[in-house]
Design a protein around this ligand. Structure first.
Ligand SMILES: Cc1cc2nc3c(=O)[nH]c(=O)nc-3n(C[C@H](O)[C@H](O)[C@H](O)COP(=O)(O)OP(=O)(O)OC[C@H]3O[C@@H](n4cnc5c(N)ncnc54)[C@H](O)[C@@H]3O)c2cc1C
Length: 473
């Protein structure tokens, strides 16, 4: 008989959280801390969503999205999780660029970027200061008509090398392009520039284990392998239950961390919502997806320090289409040293490229496997430029594609960073459509990434708490 993952579940909870991405986990934890009864439902066998890892034969542990996040994670984790989690966040100082336009190393903060822009790129101190100040004061309520392209044109006209330095890492960090609203760039870039790039010591598995322990302490009922099929609402549009693994569980509030388009169009259903809202949801553009290659070295084998994050490109300039192309000419290497997991003897490398779902979606199985093998081979070829004997040291290699991300997180088209900017409004106005139904998770570029997802989870759980405190009005 198959295991009942919902055994012992109650008939009713104050709040049901669908999905255990960082936004879902954070919401569940805050609501439970506020004394609410909370059920967390995750379809996968592991918590974390995109904040995940996997283990392979020989003791390798690969992190998927632990490449770097802004310093703000320390404060958010201290306030909404635990001191122990916050204390494990450490800075990565070695960010590196290798491309036909320049080769440099940086700590990726305002001070070092100012130095580089002045000394290496010949930009005046006044322009650099004006640019940083302008980017830092940008916020959600600003004029959203300026694009990132126009922002760069305003400060660095005709300087494709400067645009590359400022933009390439952010495109990797959240999939944004020169045509997205400048505020999506300004907010995320300034978050990184305030103190640099940070990581979680001990790996994603340790982070999620600590988060799980904290949620259990606060009384969250956590269920894995529990796929929510439907959100049930009353004829006058109030949330009343979810259907999960064929079972109905009633609740006062639903907080969905699933993709915003699937939440609205699949879990609720367009027949229950205003036509304009449905049209707006359908028009939301998904962000791009990713491919990754995971490379594990034989136990004890290492390599000379390569930095932590290496933005490698053979392309002449910054070009989003080239970054997304299946003919890979640009990749980010994350180098993981034994210090990532103190006590380990493993050196690992993860190569990430942004990717289009459609390039991988419909390949016949044989072609799909062959293309993944070609991606691995091509990545090793590229890596040999930095670590010439990588093939002798190699113990494990495999690739993931947009199909992999779709499979594990159920994000439409395997979107790595949620949606484009317009997705934020659809997410924020969902409670106006259905009373008691909320969404938090990667949307609108600024609410994606580890920090964006955690902070959005905080904002929405506070709204949920207010709603419950008012007796659901
Ligand atoms: C390759 C890659 C690299 C990345 N690198 C970085 C990085 O270096 N730094 C950074 O800050 N960010 C990075 N990100 C982005 C970051 O990981 C995500 O933005 C963030 O983790 C998303 O959190 P979320 O709360 O939106 O939920 P998600 O992680 O999207 O999780 C949603 C969860 O909901 C579950 N779910 C969906 N539907 C259902 C259902 N019907 N029933 C039950 N469960 C359901 C899914 O299984 C999933 O667990 C990366 C992402 C990718 C893909």
């Amino acid at each position: 008989m198959s295991k009942d993952f919902l055994q012992g579940v109650r008939d009713h909870y104050d709040a049901i959280v669908i999905g255990s991405g960082l936004a879902g986990l954070t919401s569940a934890n805050i609501l439970a801390r506020q004394g609410r009864s909370v059920l967390l439902l995750e379809h996968h066998y592991q918590l974390g969503g995109m904040a995940t890892w996997f283990k392979r034969k020989g003791g390798h542990i690969f992190d998927i999205s632990l490449h770097g996040f802004p310093v703000g994670m320390i404060k958010s984790c201290r306030k909404y999780w635990t001191q122990e989690i916050a204390d494990s966040i450490v800075q990565l100082k070695g960010v590196r660029f290798e491309n036909p336009q320049f080769s440099l190393r940086t700590s990726f903060d305002r001070e070092d970027f100012t130095r580089i822009l002045i000394e290496k790129f010949g930009i005046s101190q006044e322009t650099v200061t004006a640019f940083f100040d302008f980017a830092r004061q940008m916020n959600f309520y600003d004029d959203q008509s300026m694009t990132t392209r126009q922002l760069f044109e305003k400060f660095f006209p005709g300087r494709s090398d400067v645009v590359r330095l400022l933009m390439e890492p952010i495109t990797y960090a959240n999939g944004s392009t020169l045509d997205d609203p400048a505020i999506t760039y300004g907010i995320v870039f300034s978050n990184f520039m305030s103190k640099g790039v940070f990581t979680f010591q001990g790996g994603t598995d340790r982070l999620i284990e600590l988060m799980k322990a904290e949620m259990l302490k606060n009384g969250v009922d956590i269920r894995i392998r529990s796929l929510v099929e439907r959100i049930e609402i009353t004829p006058d549009r109030k949330v009343q239950a979810v259907w999960v693994n064929g079972k109905r569980i009633s609740c006062g509030v639903v907080m969905s961390n699933a993709n915003i388009k699937s939440t609205v169009l699949n879990l609720v259903g367009e027949e229950h919502l205003d036509k304009d809202y449905v049209a707006e949801t359908k028009a939301v553009r998904l962000n791009n997806s990713s491919c990754q290659v995971y490379i594990g070295l034989k136990p004890g084998e290492g390599f000379p320090n390569q930095g932590d994050l290496l933005f490698h490109s053979e392309h002449t300039g910054f070009d989003v289409d080239a970054l997304l192309s299946k003919q890979v000419s640009s990749r980010t290497f994350s180098f993981y040293y034994p210090e990532t997991r103190p006590g380990s003897d493993r050196w690992l490398i993860v190569s990430s490229t942004n990717a289009n779902y459609k390039d991988w979606a419909d390949l016949p199985e044989e072609q799909y496997q062959a293309d993944k093998a070609a991606l691995c081979e091509d990545t090793l070829g590229c890596l040999e430029k930095y670590i010439p004997d990588i093939r002798q040291k190699l113990d494990w290699i495999e690739a993931s594609t947009p199909r992999t991300f779709q499979h594990y997180t159920r994000h439409l088209a395997g979107a790595s960073f949620g949606t484009k900017f317009e997705g934020l409004k659809v997410s924020q106005t969902l409670p106006q459509q259905v009373s008691g139904l909320y969404h938090a998770g990667s949307v609108g570029i600024i609410m994606s990434g580890w920090l964006g997802a955690v902070n959005y989870g905080v904002i929405v759980s506070n709204e949920v708490d207010k709603f419950l405190a008012s007796g659901g009005r």
